[in-house]
Ligand binder design. Sequence first.
Ligand code: MLT
Ligand code: ZN
Length: 458
Amino acid sequence: MDLTKLIASLPSGTFLSDTEDCVRYGSDWTKTPGQAGAVALPRTTEEVAKILRYCFEHSISVIPSGGRTGLAGGAVAVNQELVLSLERMSKMQAVDIHGNTLRVQAGATTQQVHEHCESHGLLWPIDLASRGSCQIGGNLATNAGGVRVIRYGMARKWVVGLQAVTIEGEILELNNDLEKNNTGYDLIQLLIGSEGTLAVITEATLKLTRFPKHSLVMFFPFPDPGAILNLFAEARKGPFEILAFEFFSKICLDAVAKKLNRQSKLGNTAAYYALMEVELTEGSKDAVEEWLGQMLEKEIVMDGMLALSDSEKEQVWGLREGITESIQATAPVKKYDVSVPVRKIGTFLQATEELLKVGSYGFELYLFGHLGDGSPHLNLVKHPETSMEKFGTDAAAFEKVLFPLLKNNGGSISAEHGVGLLKKHWLEYSRTPAELRLFRAIKKSFDPRGLLNPGKVV
Ligand code: MLT
Ligand code: ZN
């Protein structure tokens, strides 16, 4: 790619081309091999527009890039494309206390946004274990989920304005932060979740909500997923608002204990664990304790712990949030971030266990995730004695039975991680031919030359 004229027209230091930088910016948490041809680090929306216009005119492919914490390979530069990183665009305006909104540039991290809002008692409620590294642009481009979806929904619910730049360099100012704007197609919602294949998000006005003042975390051991579901059904009727309802199997807990040296106060002998965080209304702690007593009496739970202080809560959450990192450290992993309607989660998990009994696979299933959202993470971790080749064929064999099971249950092959590069070939299990035809038509109208994040999603 010839960037000579573009480089000359922008401030010095806007581009990087060292091999080390190109590898770093061209790859993501999936460790899929990637390397940028060059890296652009603009400081303003106008610079983004200039870069994209140049790329359009010179047919140069561009990979928009955030914190690169994605798990579907959506930010990987597989063909030495130009990586366009938004990390230098991380300014945040003052919180608008009348609209309860915050205007931010795409490169602000999720954690910076949380910290910025906290002093106002406000929250942008998307929360993920990668909060310190992932960026708002990436959160929106991938319609991030995370651990609070059961209470607040996905990222797309928390945006009232978006600025994005097309491949032809047009700057789109979408919706003007209006709460009400019923004037045709919703382009914001089209761009959210499009994984950088339609336009590059440069700024967003985020919708905020009240910070849940009092919350407490409960942690329970269980013999099987069915027992967790019994608690979940009771919790739906409990005297609180559920903020998170997560679960994980013993093997996940053991991996965290080994890698991060974090122990569970409940020991590690149960087959499964559930973590529930709830929001308390004033004075409802007693009601929660009473409810817990009833759960013990009814033998819905046999044991458990209540975390009240921030450090106790952090201790329990650390067990859940440390899972991804700890599993990655164990052996090669294949990740399946699937979902089914919440009402079907019990039968789906049971059927998955049956699938595993049938084959003799060279991997171990590490099961964890967002039970309350119908969104379990199935992680296949290679056995030490299994060759990489057998691991690949076994995973492919498992997919052949897993995906039809998902389809029959009306589920999705990607609950929250997106499609990116890694799940593109599975899309037909979750989308009809008519939907895929419309996908391609939409892509063409935004990006007629196929230059934006090529090879991803469609
Ligand atoms: C999580 O729920 O921890 C994330 O989605 C990451 C993962 O699936 O590994
Ligand atoms: Zn998740």
